[in-house]
Design a protein around this ligand. Structure first.
Ligand SMILES: C[S@@+](CC[C@H](N)C(=O)[O-])C[C@H]1O[C@@H](n2cnc3c(N)ncnc32)[C@H](O)[C@@H]1O
Length: 501
């Protein structure tokens, strides 16, 4: 609903029972009701005073008392003190006029109703205090990141000057602008063209260019010098922590970046990282440690290289690319709203679609480890575009054969493929001696599929999973049944086999 489309009044008077009306705290413009005013009205009623009708609005899509289902309601938008006095006095009928004579969608019109309520309260009765008006202006600005309500429209409704509204909400609007700016800067640093950023953020290309060229976060070093931590700095600029780190680390060497992030650089092909680093990526089923990605970038790419992450999940690869100044193109079938850098794509390599426009230097491929976390991935997918974790074993293996073939066809001769996976067996219920190779998928199978599709393995890096995720009881049960657990996880690094000419 557009900003001013609710402004006309309908003056049909009607009688209602006070108990039928709902007092909605969100659209009530004051901090509290005034008992003094109510008592004054009760005295006036006692001596036969007449009051103007209250103003109401019928709504649908209104949350019920438990906040669960939605329902219909008649909201009181002006005359709370009169209505309270009538209720306290036990008066059965109250005269009301409707704001709009049609029921309206509450969720879509919440802010407009609050403004109408505020407008009524600027001109009569207990006028709104400056503090109430300020709170309303700030609530509206916070819930309106697209800035549909301008300073002048708020000033007009609240009966104050534009400068006053400006002073009340300037910090909110600055953060909102910076937030949008931070999204644009993130995408630009990951290698997105201005045209594509404009299309995604629904801004003009000129505005995008202006933000990329003129936004400066020069004060980060000052804030660090004042002893502020990175969480403070990120929230000060209303940007994600990963971007704040990227700005802080800009221009440093990879080794200096490892040091500042307090990540010890591993020299050998055994990368144990028990915990995920909360600074990079979102909480996501199967999230991998940022350090694992950083080591892959360190050994197999250089700054400015382009990384493709076909199944990006919670975005740890783009975040680490940002910090290590690599470009990144990321996809997933369930991209989250907060991560515009992850584009929707459902990989079905049998169809032969390769959605990537530029040839990557590295593919960092972290697919589901067959049915591990299948339930979580399936909740994010849908029946027509399923997660590969719901495939049969044969289809799952076929998927990789087709994917590796498609990738081989579409990348540069020098592109590196980093493929992360783990042995899969039904290990929780099968004793070690009874495991059948036809029921398992192991790293040897992926090795075979890569070889069959024109890739050769140049490194095998062990990145074990943490064993702590199993409870004491589970471990006891495994030992009793002589089940051998799997915590191995392997990163295979492959290059294209080049045909000799
Ligand atoms: C192991 S998770 C990736 C985790 C990610 N590296 C992280 O650290 O957050 C695998 C991802 O593959 C995605 N996926 C599974 N099948 C897919 C398909 N056919 N096309 C696109 N994405 C798929 C899932 O949605 C899931 O996010």
């Amino acid at each position: 609903m557009e900003r001013d489309s609710l402004s006309s009044n309908n003056t049909n008077k009607q009688s209602l029972t006070p108990g039928d009306l709902t007092w909605d705290r969100f659209i009530y413009p004051r901090g509290t009701k005034s008992q003094k005013t109510i008592d004054g009205y009760i005295e006036a009623i006692a001596i036969g005073a007449q009051f103007p009708p209250v103003k109401i609005q019928k709504v649908f899509n209104y949350p019920d008392a438990d906040g669960g289902q939605t329902t219909e309601a008649t909201l009181i938008i002006d005359g709370i003190h009169r209505w309270s006095a009538f209720k306290e006095k036990g008066i059965k009928e109250i005269l009301a006029i409707e704001f709009k004579n049609q029921p309206i969608d509450y969720q879509e019109n919440k802010t407009a109703l609050l403004l109408e309520s505020a407008k009524c309260n600027t001109s009569h009765g207990d006028r709104l205090s400056p503090n109430d008006k300020k709170r309303i202006a700030r609530d509206i600005a916070s819930s309106d990141p697209e800035c549909r309500y301008t300073e002048s429209s708020l000033a007009e409704k609240l009966g104050v000057s534009q400068q006053t509204v400006n002073a009340w909400i300037t910090d909110i609007r600055t953060r909102q602008r910076t937030n949008r700016a931070s999204i644009i800067i993130r995408l630009s640093r990951l290698g997105w063209t201005q045209e594509k950023i404009a299309e995604t953020t629904k801004m003009t290309q000129g505005r995008v260019a202006q933000i990329i060229n003129n936004t400066s976060f020069g004060k980060i070093n000052n804030l660090l010098a004042q002893g502020r931590d990175m969480e403070y700095i990120a929230s000060h600029y209303n940007m994600e922590l990963a971007l704040a780190w990227a700005l802080r680390l800009e221009g440093k060497t990879d080794q200096e970046k490892f040091k500042e992030l307090e990540w010890g650089l591993r020299t050998w092909d055994q990368w144990n990282f028990n915990e995920c680093d909360e600074r990079f990526g979102d909480d996501w089923p199967g999230r991998i440690p940022a350090q694992l990605v950083a080591h892959t970038l360190f050994y197999f790419t250089k700054p400015g290289d382009l990384v493709l992450d076909p199944m990006a999940g919670g975005g740890v690869v783009p975040d680490v690319c940002l910090a290590f100044e690599r470009k990144c193109h990321a996809f997933d079938l369930a991209p989250s709203d907060s991560r515009p850098e992850i584009e929707y794509h459902h990989w079905d390599p049998q169809k032969g679609t390769w959605p990537v426009t530029k040839k990557p230097d590295l593919i960092f491929f972290d697919p589901p480890y067959y049915t591990k976390k299948a339930k979580e991935y399936e909740e994010k997918a849908n029946a027509n575009t399923p997660s590969i974790s719901s495939y049969t074993k044969e289809d799952y293996e076929r998927f990789f054969k087709n994917f590796f073939t498609l990738a081989h066809k579409n990348v540069k001769p020098a592109t590196t493929l980093a493929f992360l996976n783990a042995d899969w067996r039904d290990f929780e219920s099968t004793p070690a001696l009874e495991v059948k190779s036809c029921k398992s998928i192991t790293i040897f199978d992926y090795h075979r599929l890569l070889s069959e599709t024109g890739w050769e393995i140049i490194h095998r890096i062990e990145c074990p999973l943490s064993s702590e995720r199993l409870t004491g009881n589970m471990v006891q049960n495994m030992q009793d049944k002589r089940i051998l657990g799997t915590i191995g996880r392997t990163l295979l690094i492959a290059k294209k086999v080049l045909t000799q000419t």
